[in-house]
Design a protein around this ligand. Sequence first.
Ligand code: OGA
Ligand code: MN
Length: 204
Amino acid sequence: MSNLNHPLHTQYDAIADALAGPGFIILDGAFSAQLAQDLVALIGSKEVQLKRAGIGRADNFQLNDSVRGDVIEWLEPGAAAVTEFLSAMDKLREALNQRLFLGLCEYEAHFACYKPGAFYAKHRDAFRGKPGRKVSSVFYLNPDWDFAAGGELVLYDEAGSTELFRLAPECGRLVLFLSENFPHEVLPASRQRQSIAGWFRVKP
Ligand code: OGA
Ligand code: MN
């Protein structure tokens, strides 16, 4: 299921096939270890000012502490690592449009940090037939993640009843899935859990 050390640009066909098929894909090594390391350094630095999630975005419909415990900051081009990440994801956006005719017009993403014990209850990133988020992405930024620490992403089938997979948030791992098709949740972890969550969107 995961492809080790195959840069993102060599994975476009595999990603398109996976999204058109099962609807999700897990990639390890799609970004260089250096880029992952630079993003880890950035999220831990003063340049990134994480705030409670859910304020100021019309489609961010879950604001409740009991639903979602992460702090976030939206990515803007600026720092070299962020610019490189966003530009790679934008090329993926174009590649997916060419292969799947999705009409994705933008990619938005935020750094997210879950303190120990924080979680994100089972939710959907988008609702079927509504404009907005079509493909979800999460890129994990946790070097030396210990499996015993928890913090997995759990993806469920459309009905939300059957677990499809449980994914440890290991540094360098990228997961992509169709936003409308998969309820999912973030389990609490015993240590801090960091990531970049992002969404490819269509125009409203
Ligand atoms: C989200 C989300 C999953 C993860 O931010 O909407 O579901 O593994 N994140 O961090
Ligand atoms: Mn989500």
